[in-house]
Design a protein around this ligand. Structure first.
Ligand code: SAM
Length: 389
């Protein structure tokens, strides 16, 4: 890790405080905690976790760039899908999970206003107080006239929701279990304290939901002995709670990931766990807890299965490139320029990053889970990859 830029003394102090919190929890738990709990604390521990503390995170000065940060055309494309659902329902709301800097919300609202399809309300469910403040500032600057429509939530709203639920790069930020299939049984990689930081503590999985799910997975995809990977055990209950809330509309999620057979492919035998720090990716989750992002790719088959089990219909699954193309990114780009040639060239470059297979175009996927709406919405009409799930 020698090539990573050293954090500031202030950042290292925060990280040390988080290390103390995690060590204390490990001691109380009797010597180790599940990796999912370690990841939860690293990302969301109040005031100290990566998403809860004040680090820059998104954009050029942060650790990674998400699609909404790259170009407003991304949000304008998503707005076409939202508009279609809202039109079919004769109105409705939008609820965004984990809204980052607020750019996606601002771009979607601006586009929906331009095409005359504003939602009644745009709610943001955000776990981080720091990000909530940043989102408020972004919206105040970018769409001051629409701020009155935006509300922030701490928990899922009660009652029947009609409209669109959005989650861009939220699933990859959910805590996962890390496991090894030894050929007959499941080992879970727990986390223990070590002299200078933390360490893996592999242990045969106790009988329970995770062990059962991994056993099933091993049988289904034929995992080889020694295969290491991740599984997201919070996905299904999370989707079930969303499905219970949704009266009519669509859950639209975008993230990096694969269908199950590709996710647990023999060539991916060391898993998908990845850490991001200042635009460098590496695989050590014990480095500087709280100062770096920790993620795992998304098993989109698991998303589809959890959605179906919760009563939602998988209405579309496709790559980001196909999704954006179907939403008219080329048309939106042509209307965006070329009044200013420099700006236009910059936008062309951003579109390439969003669309090219070697960039975000194929690695990122979109999935739509619907209840009570007809037919595919913009984004899913051009190329349907549901048969790969
Ligand atoms: C990688 S960031 C993506 C931010 C933003 N959506 C974007 O695309 O720029 C992940 C976000 O997901 C949020 N998140 C993770 N789990 C969540 C949950 N269960 N409910 C709401 N937000 C969640 C995190 O707090 C964080 O803001």
């Amino acid at each position: 890790m020698n090539d990573l830029p050293e954090p500031s003394a202030e950042a290292l102090t925060l990280s040390e405080q988080l290390v103390d919190v995690i060590r204390a929890e490990i001691a109380v738990a009797g010597g180790f905690i599940p990796f999912s709990r370690y990841m939860e604390l690293c990302l969301y521990s109040p005031g100290l976790g990566y998403y809860s503390a004040g680090a820059q995170k998104f954009g050029a000065a942060g650790d990674f760039v998400t699609a909404p940060e790259l170009s407003s055309l991304f949000g304008r494309c998503l707005a076409q899908s939202c508009a279609s659902v809202l039109a079919e329902l004769g109105g409705g709301d939008i609820l965004e999970f984990g809204a980052g800097s607020g750019r996606l919300a601002a771009d979607i609202l601006a586009e929906l206003e331009a095409i005359g399809r504003l939602p009644r309300q745009y709610s943001i469910l955000e776990r981080s107080a720091e990000l909530r403040a940043r989102q408020q500032e972004t919206l105040r600057v970018q769409v001051p006239d629409l701020c009155a429509r935006v509300t922030w939530l701490d928990t899922l709203p009660q009652g029947d929701f009609r409209g669109v639920l959005l989650a861009n790069e939220v699933l990859d930020a959910m805590p996962v279990e890390r496991f090894r299939w030894n050929g007959t049984a499941v080992e879970l990689f727990n986390v223990r304290s070590s002299d200078d930081s933390f360490d893996w503590r592999p242990e045969e999985a106790p009988a329970g939901a995770a062990s059962k799910a991994i056993q099933q997975l091993a049988a289904e995809v034929g995992l080889a002995a020694g295969f290491i990977s991740e599984i997201n055990m919070t996905l299904a209950p999370w989707l079930a709670s969303i499905a219970a809330l949704l009266d009519q509309g669509m859950v639209l999620m975008a993230d990096y990931g694969y269908p199950r057979r590709e996710y647990y492919h023999p060539q991916r035998s060391t898993g998908t766990l990845m850490c991001h720090y200042r635009h460098r990716a590496h695989d050590d989750p014990f480095l500087w807890p709280g100062l770096q992002d920790i993620t795992a790719h998304v098993d989109f088959t698991a998303v589809a299965e959890a959605g179906s089990a919760a009563g939602l219909e998988v209405t579309g699954y496709t790559t980001q490139a196909h999704f954006l193309l179907d939403c008219g990114i080329d048309r939106l780009l042509s209307t965006a320029g070329p009044t200013d040639s420099v700006d236009y060239l910059k936008q062309v470059q951003q579109v390439k990053q969003l669309m090219l297979p070697g960039e975000m175009g194929e690695r990122f996927k979109f999935i739509g889970l619907a209840k009570g709406i007809d037919g595919p919405v913009p984004g899913f009409r051009l190329q349907d990859f549901r048969d790969r799930l």
